[in-house]
Structure formats: C-alpha cells, structure tokens
Design a protein around this ligand. Structure first.
Ligand SMILES: NC(=O)C1=CN([C@@H]2O[C@H](COP(=O)(O)OP(=O)(O)OC[C@H]3O[C@@H](n4cnc5c(N)ncnc54)[C@H](OP(=O)(O)O)[C@@H]3O)[C@@H](O)[C@H]2O)C=CC1
Ligand SMILES: CC(=O)N[C@@H](CCC(=O)OP(=O)(O)O)C(=O)O
Length: 343
C-alpha cells in the first residue's frame, strides 16, 4: 500500500520515512514539501542519500494518484485545509498535528490562536491513542494522532482514572521534552547556545496540550477533569519524561496500582511496566515503547507516576504507524520492531 508524507522535510516526516523503509506493507508513494519541491530528499537529509526520492508539490490530484494513506506531519493549520478534500476522495488520513484533536472549534481557536477546521470534520476524527481507541481506529477514515505530551500523560493516567484510584481534581503533570519536540524550523529560542546547558520551563500559563489531555482524561474517567501541566525544554534531542502527582483514594496500595496497570496493558505490545528501575528517556530512544513506573507514597497519600517516550516515535511517527497497522488490520507492531540503542 502506498503512503504519502506531507511535511516530509520536518522531524516527524523524516521519522516516518525511516519507519516506512522497513515496513512490509506500506511503501513510500510520494514525499511532499511546500518549500523544497523538485529537490532530492538527500538535500534535506544527506544520511538518506540511498533513497531515490525527490520532494513533490502538495496537490490533491497528485496525492490521490500516489497514495492510499496520507500522513500529515505539518504545523497547525495546514491539515485542516487539505484533509476534507482527501476524505471526500475516500483516502485514509493520519494527521500528526493538533488540527483534529479537539471537538470544539472555539476551544481549538482559544488554544492554538488560528482558525479551526469546521466542527463537522472535527467530529469525524478518531483520536489515535492506540491502546485506548483501538476499536474506533479500526474503521476510522481520519485518525488524529495524539500530541507528544498527551501520549505520555494519558497512557500513564488512563488506567488509574478508569479504575477510580486517584482523585480526579488532584492531578499535576510535570513534563520535560527534548528539542526535536519543537520541530526543525529555525527559531532563535532553539539555537544551540540558547538551549545547551539550560533547563527551561515554557508556556507555564497555558500549553495547547492542556485541553487535549483534559478532553480525553475526562472521557476515560467519565467525569470532568482539569489538570495542572507545566512543560520544560531539556538540552537533549529526543525524549519526553512526564512525572505525574495525584492523591490516592481509599488507601489503595502499591499492589492495587500494579494490578490496574497490569490488567490495562496486558495486551499492549508497546507499554512496558517498570519495576526494577525508573523510566528514563534513554531506554526508549528510537523505539515506540512507553515505559511506565510508579510509587505510592504512603507518607503523603500521593501517587507518583513516571512515563517516558521518544517524542518522535510513540509521541508522533511511531504511534502514527501503529495506528496505520491497526486501521489496515495488520499486526500492531508491524514495521516497529526495535533494536535498542545504547548509549
Ligand atoms: N516533533 C515532535 O516531537 C512532535 C510533533 N507533532 C506535531 O507534528 C507536526 C509536525 O511536527 P514536526 O515534524 O516536529 O515539525 P517540523 O517543523 O519539523 O516540520 C513541519 C513540516 O511541515 C511543512 N510545512 C510547513 N508549512 C507548511 C504548509 N503551509 N503547507 C505544507 N507543509 C508545510 C514543512 O516542510 P516544507 O516547508 O518543506 O513544506 C516542515 O518540514 C506538528 O503539527 C507538530 O506539532 C506531534 C507530536 C510530536
Ligand atoms: C519542545 C516543544 O516545543 N514541544 C512542542 C510540542 C509541539 C507539538 O507537538 O504540538 P502539537 O502536537 O500540539 O501540534 C510544544 O511544546 O509546543
């Protein structure tokens, strides 16, 4: 099956190129760039000079002719303009951007500060948090891939919220990300000299992933949830670590929490429950795993949960391929087998 990648000059896009090279059922049909069309892939990424691809222009007819599934790895506000036309042509679309993750145009415009896709299209999107929306993904025409922070956060929180183990009003999320999370476009704040030897909190007064986390946490818990969420930029390329604090209800113990996670994820090939060491970004680098560990602090009555992912893999391209696999009825881990890197 042929795939198109729109935004293939970016970090999410090039990670999809890496993954599709080793996918037995998906092949690269066309790589789209709005700024470098006609240029060889190797010009943007010299390490890929073995692949005989040049970038193509973004046109509906070209996409439809060269792909059955289309990945958008573009900044906010791009996919919402193109996806409705592709859906009308019967194509399957997996969108890595935030354009279809919220169900209210007003909420999207408040947090993203740009025009939203129309509500009718927002309502067609299925949220691609693979482990929790598998059934819906199987028949979706438009899969809205989750944000990187919401992926790490919701995978850690969902089992606890469903089991009613934590107080829904007590959730605090302390999140850290590597710099590839900000994309490849040039920004002064992302210069080496600005980022290196620095630990930077940002968007402390409101990050666009808050409404996404709250929407799906509330849906999974079946009650309204608000969270405190503070992201930080860490001087490393890849990786997200979130540390979540919440009040434990009814004196639930460590073994209760362990059992809740075990049951939730016993058939989830990419969730690893850590018992003998804490999750770390290095242990998931380049992989589609989400490593989860926890500690029930009996002294304070609080649960601390740690969740680590690679932002470009489980947080973006890896989960997008996992969703394509689920959608097409292939084994969920097709093309995602991982040979660990260390150091
Ligand atoms: N980086 C990450 O860890 C994660 C990113 N995401 C989301 O995925 C999306 C892609 O992120 P990322 O790869 O990091 O971003 P990058 O900035 O690295 O890449 C985005 C690409 O989109 C293309 N693009 C820009 N403007 C347009 C336009 N108007 N029309 C068509 N294409 C355009 C650009 O390519 P060109 O100019 O060549 O067309 C660029 O290469 C974003 O929405 C991001 O928020 C989600 C989860 C994690
Ligand atoms: C380190 C860093 O800057 N990360 C980005 C993640 C962006 C992202 O993935 O945004 P959407 O998924 O909502 O489009 C940020 O915090 O804005």
């Amino acid at each position: 099956m042929k795939a198109a990648i729109v935004g293939s000059t970016g970090y999410g896009g090039v990670e999809l190129v890496r993954l599709l090279q080793n996918h037995p059922y998906l092949e690269l049909g066309t790589l789209i760039s709005s700024s470098q069309s006609g240029e060889p892939l190797s010009q943007a990424y010299p390490h890929l000079s073995h692949l005989p691809f040049s970038f193509d222009t973004l046109e509906i007819e070209h996409l439809c002719k060269n792909a059955e599934v289309i990945f958008f790895a573009t900044p906010p506000g791009v996919s919402s303009k193109w996806v409705p036309q592709l859906l009308e042509q019967g194509k399957a679309v997996i969108d890595l951007s935030g354009d279809f993750r919220l169900n209210s145009p007003e909420v999207y415009e408040e947090w993203y500060q740009i025009p939203s896709a129309p509500a009718e299209w927002l309502n067609q999107a299925v949220y691609g948090l693979s482990e929790w929306f598998r059934e819906e993904i199987q028949t979706a025409q438009l899969i809205s891939n989750p944000g990187c922070y919401p992926t790490a956060t919701l995978l850690a929180l969902a089992p606890l919220l469903q089991a009613g183990i934590i107080s829904a009003s007590s959730i605090i999320i302390d999140a850290k990300s590597g710099v590839t999370g900000a994309g490849r476009s040039v920004k002064q704040s992302m210069l080496y000299s600005e980022v290196n030897e620095n630990l930077r909190p940002y968007k402390v007064d409101g990050h666009q992933h808050i409404p996404e986390i709250e929407r799906f946490a509330s849906q999974l818990a079946q009650e309204k949830i608000t969270v405190s969420f503070v992201p930080h930029l860490v001087p490393m390329n890849r990786g997200i670590l979130v540390t979540i604090y919440a009040q434990v209800l009814n004196n639930y113990t460590s073994s209760d929490v362990q059992e809740v996670y075990r049951q939730a994820y016993q058939e989830a090939p990419f969730i690893r429950l850590k018992q003998n060491e804490w999750p770390q970004t290095k242990f998931v680098q380049g992989s589609n795993y989400c490593d989860i560990g926890f500690h029930v602090d009996e002294r304070t009555g609080r649960l601390v949960v740690l969740s680590a992912i690679d932002n470009l893999m489980k947080g973006a391209a890896g989960q997008a391929v996992q969703n394509a696999n689920i959608r097409m009825g292939w084994p969920e881990d097709t093309g995602l087998h991982y040979v660990p890197l260390y150091p």
